[in-house]
Design a protein. Sequence first.
Length: 204
Amino acid sequence: MSTHDHPHRGWGIPLPSFRRRSAAHAATAARADTARAYALGSLRLFMGAVFLWAFLDKTFGFGYSTASGKGWIDGGSPTEGFLSGVAAGPMESTFHSWAGDAWADWLFMAGLLGVGLALVAGVGLRLAAAAGTAMMILMWMAEWPPAKHLSDGSLSLSTNPVVDYHVIYAVALIALAATCSGDALGAGGRWAGLSFVRRHRWLR
């Protein structure tokens, strides 16, 4: 009588393939990372457009927030109208004294242009976040949302005493810088590879 050796067929219970599961998980994570990067990159571009539009409108007077013929190049002041209209808060008199000063105009416009260009290009986002956040803090203090009444006693019509769009913009700027959002839809990756940027990480 002859005997036959049968190959080992296991227990007959299909076991999950951890390798396949790991590969699928990695692919899903990679797609999520890509989507996140492009979402942040898109947010960065839109925020850059907000700053650049404000700069251009105040410079040339397109007739939106700045009346035609009242632009910076026409001799108008980008800060006089806003700062002279401050009507609440602990810095009311200080902002009034700054309104229309040449140094305030140049600093404000340089901030709008610099932050806008940095966001659109995706470079220097840490500096842009610092400058943009400082601008948002000052503008928040000028509008002073915590006030229920203005200095003349009228209602301020503030919709939220703490969180308004200036706070949202500041948080978004910090988040865009912290997540290296310039690497997608921007030149952030190439910028980070430059030797002087590698030596001075605060330029990232």
